[in-house]
Design a protein around this ligand. Sequence first.
Ligand SMILES: [Zn+2]
Length: 69
Amino acid sequence: MKYCKKCGVLYTTDVCPKCGVLKPEASEPPEPAPQKTVRRQWIALVIAIPATILLILGVLKLLQLLQQS
Ligand SMILES: [Zn+2]
């Protein structure tokens, strides 16, 4: 979700629907958008991998505890 400071509208497209219609020339160049997406994917990856490992370890620990009892 992006936030347009001019109209205060939340939007998911590359350009603000209101500003994009009124002004075809975007103030921001189109290049930074993919970089943000890549960075977001990297952050998700960095968070998802340890989370998955912890989840697997947790399940294994739980199975060990269930077998011991
Ligand atoms: Zn706008």
